[in-house]
Write a protein that binds this ligand. Structure first.
Ligand code: NAD
Length: 332
């Protein structure tokens, strides 16, 4: 048995997932949901899919009656995740939802509750949890080889293009660089330390108030962990080549750079260069890995709705700190 998947929102990330799924063994792309009927022709040809397995946003609920579809994967703009995750859960289908899972903590909590009530899985698309370099970083930290974790550097950003895109509209994106890629710095610092941040302090820099009228451009922030470790983080929509996760322990370090993009991820430790298989696309690892959890009861990776909620709580604290002029804010 393979896990049958339908992608919801056939944009650029959905295309990447569909391409990666061609190499999956346990997961299989079955169909999609789109508001653009011409995409049914292009997608069914490109990925060899039956046109009968495509739906619109209006007849979305008919997926309920399609036994070939076990899970839906939400790849819509951020603010639409909440509605479609809840609609999918009500159909009794498992849900994979892109990051950020929602645009508020409250919405994230509602999504988790809806999936729990429907007894379906909810995973957030934190693809790096199946990526070999990231897994090795986590293994080294857990094994104690790095010793007590003292400090983390976590950076992710890029220069954004088209000023008209949804990522720059608050109503669709919920926020700017922070929501889109700053979330990798938070998730990364959490898996680098194995702890949850208890406070943040943050500042925003805006060099282009017209382009970034509605959303954040560059944010620098710190996160404090219960052990005393500090993470120093930057995210931006204003320049390229910002992508690094550097974890420093008493006995060793791991530096992944690049650390968060599609890769190949590269890295070194106190013992030298790291070398792992990077021939598979991250989304191939992820979809086969999640299928193994759903079909075969493998333990869930740290990609559940609850994990997504933890990141949303930190994001809200970051925005609160910025609004308070950079004051230290508790993560609650
Ligand atoms: P995109 O703009 O390429 O695709 C969005 C899709 O949603 C399009 O097909 C668009 O037609 C559709 N859509 C439906 N209603 C819409 C509306 N009202 N406004 C705009 N588009 C609408 O975006 P994307 O880059 O594919 O991002 C989609 C999601 O995937 C986002 O949540 C993003 O954060 C996430 N993403 C994750 C990764 C990752 O590595 N995990 C990478 C890229 C994007």
């Amino acid at each position: 048995k393979q896990l049958g998947v339908a992608l919801v929102g056939l944009g650029s990330y959905a295309d990447r997932v569909a391409t990666a799924m061609k190499d999956c063994k346990l997961a299989k792309l079955i169909g999609g949901v789109t508001g653009t009927p011409t995409k049914i022709d292009t997608w069914s040809t490109k990925f060899g899919l039956d046109k009968a397995n495509f739906y619109s946003y209006q007849n979305f609920e008919q997926i309920k009656d399609n036994p070939a579809i076990d899970a839906v994967y939400i790849t819509l703009p951020n603010s639409m995740h909440h509605e479609y995750v809840i609609r999918a859960a009500k159909m009794g289908k498992h849900v994979i939802c892109e990051k950020p899972m929602s645009v508020t903590v409250k919405e994230a909590e509602e999504m988790i509750a809806a999936c729990k009530k429907a007894n379906v899985k909810l995973y957030i698309g934190y693809r790096l949890h199946f990526e070999p370099y990231t897994r090795e970083l986590i293994r080294l930290r857990k094994s104690g080889e790095l010793g007590k974790i003292l400090h983390v550097n976590s950076y992710d950003g890029f220069k954004i293009g088209d000023p008209k895109q949804w990522r720059l509209k608050k109503a669709l994106a919920g926020g700017g660089a922070m929501m889109d890629v700053g979330i990798y710095c938070i998730n990364g610092a959490r898996y680098a330390t194995g702890e949850e941040p208890i406070w943040v302090s943050a500042e925003e820099t805006k060099t282009d108030p017209v382009k970034f009228k509605e959303v954040d451009e560059t944010i620098t922030w710190q996160m404090g962990f219960p052990s005393g470790a500090i993470a120093s983080c930057v995210t931006t929509y204003n320049f390229n080549n910002l992508e690094r996760l550097y974890v420093i322990g008493e006995k060793g370090f791991v530096e992944l750079s690049p650390a968060f993009g599609y890769g190949p991820i590269k890295g070194r430790t106190h013992q030298g260069a790291m070398s792992w298989d990077t021939t598979k696309m991250h989304q191939t690892w992820q979809m086969d890995g999640l299928a193994d959890c759903i079909l075969n009861g493998k333990p869930d990776p740290n990609m559940t709705g609850e994990e997504g909620l933890k990141d949303m709580k930190v994001i809200e604290a970051v925005y609160k700190s910025i609004a308070a002029g950079g004051k230290k804010v508790s993560v609650v």
